[in-house]
Write a protein that binds this ligand. Structure first.
Ligand SMILES: Cc1cc2nc3c(=O)[nH]c(=O)nc-3n(C[C@H](O)[C@H](O)[C@H](O)COP(=O)(O)OP(=O)(O)OC[C@H]3O[C@@H](n4cnc5c(N)ncnc54)[C@H](O)[C@@H]3O)c2cc1C
Ligand code: FES
Length: 258
């Protein structure tokens, strides 16, 4: 099955500030995306910018792809201007997926900022296992999907840098405190995370200290998305790896955090 396809923009809705929810309907059937996979999307009809941009799968409903994105530069600005009915070229699903937790494990999901996009999809897949969700953002306006998480039966623990919603401070400190208050051992826990690099680095330190396995989805600038340009390398203890092929999901203690 070819992974290059055209898709119609069904909806491109402003959620808050610079955050949009994009719904794409592929013109032909595509492979079912798994949590952790991503798509490379052309953000414009012409060839400026030339390169497609990577976005995680946020939801996949009846064949429609949902992408949750934040406008940060030229490409995402152009994407935000794509109107309903227009078509975009896409490539995917690409990359690896979050590994399935073994049956005994208690699942903790940790999202920072736009990391909530792929973790929501993972939460949806794991909802019967009652995952615990920690969610950090800069400010209240950037906390998304809380009602969606509630419909999955998940009440997230939220923190914001400025204290405008939930606890004040970074989400890893909040997670750390909650771990210290636990009476049970950490033996049966497993962590999944996506967010900014400093958050993932801090989480990696914490998971090492507590001896909890931790899987992180990392971001790098990408050009091809299919493993040929070597533009998305991450340093690991097993050598250099391509985020688009061997990742984006890695074991946190495999990564060399600078
Ligand atoms: C596997 C993967 C999944 C992603 N999933 C999502 C998602 O679900 N939602 C979402 O909003 N964003 C996601 N991103 C990030 C998204 O690809 C970038 O925000 C986007 O490419 C920026 O394009 P731009 O032209 O608007 O910005 P540019 O003008 O190219 O850059 C603007 C700013 O964003 C930074 N930036 C650009 N690309 C990246 C990147 N790949 N990683 C880190 N910083 C970057 C630049 O350094 C610069 O500071 C993902 C990235 C990867 C690698
Ligand atoms: S983006 Fe080209 S090798 Fe990963």
């Amino acid at each position: 099955m070819s992974r290059l396809f055209q898709a119609t923009v069904i909806e491109n809705r402003l959620l808050s500030k610079a955050h949009y929810l994009l719904t794409l309907r592929p013109l032909h059937k595509i492979q079912q995306p798994e949590p952790g996979n991503f798509f490379m999307l052309s953000v414009n009809k012409g060839n400026d910018p030339l390169l497609k941009r990577p976005f995680s799968i946020h939801q996949f409903c009846n064949g429609d792809i949902k992408i949750l994105y934040r406008v940060v530069g030229k490409g995402t600005e152009l994407l935000s201007n794509c109107s309903e009915g227009s078509t975009l070229e896409a490539l995917g699903p690409l990359g690896n997926k979050f590994p399935a937790p073994s049956k005994k494990k208690r699942i903790i999901l940790v999202a920072g900022g736009m990391g909530v996009a792929p973790l929501f999809y993972l939460a949806e897949k794991l909802k019967k296992r009652g995952p615990v969700f920690f969610y950090g953002a800069r400010t209240a306006d950037e906390v998304l999907l809380v009602s969606g998480l509630k419909t999955l039966g998940i009440i997230p623990t939220i923190s914001t840098d400025d204290g405008s919603l939930g606890k004040k401070g970074n989400i890893i400190s909040v997670l750390n405190k909650s771990m210290l208050q636990r009476s049970e051992s950490c033996e049966n826990l497993i962590l999944y995370a996506c967010g900014p690099e400093p958050m993932l680095k801090a989480l990696s330190r914490l998971s090492n200290k507590l001896n909890i396995p931790c899987n992180v989805s990392v971001e790098q600038h990408m050009a091809c998305g299919i493993g040929t340009c070597l533009g998305c390398i991450v340093k690991t203890h097993k050598g250099h790896k391509r985020v688009c092929r061997e990742g984006p999901v890695f074991k946190s203690d495999d990564i060399v955090w600078d």
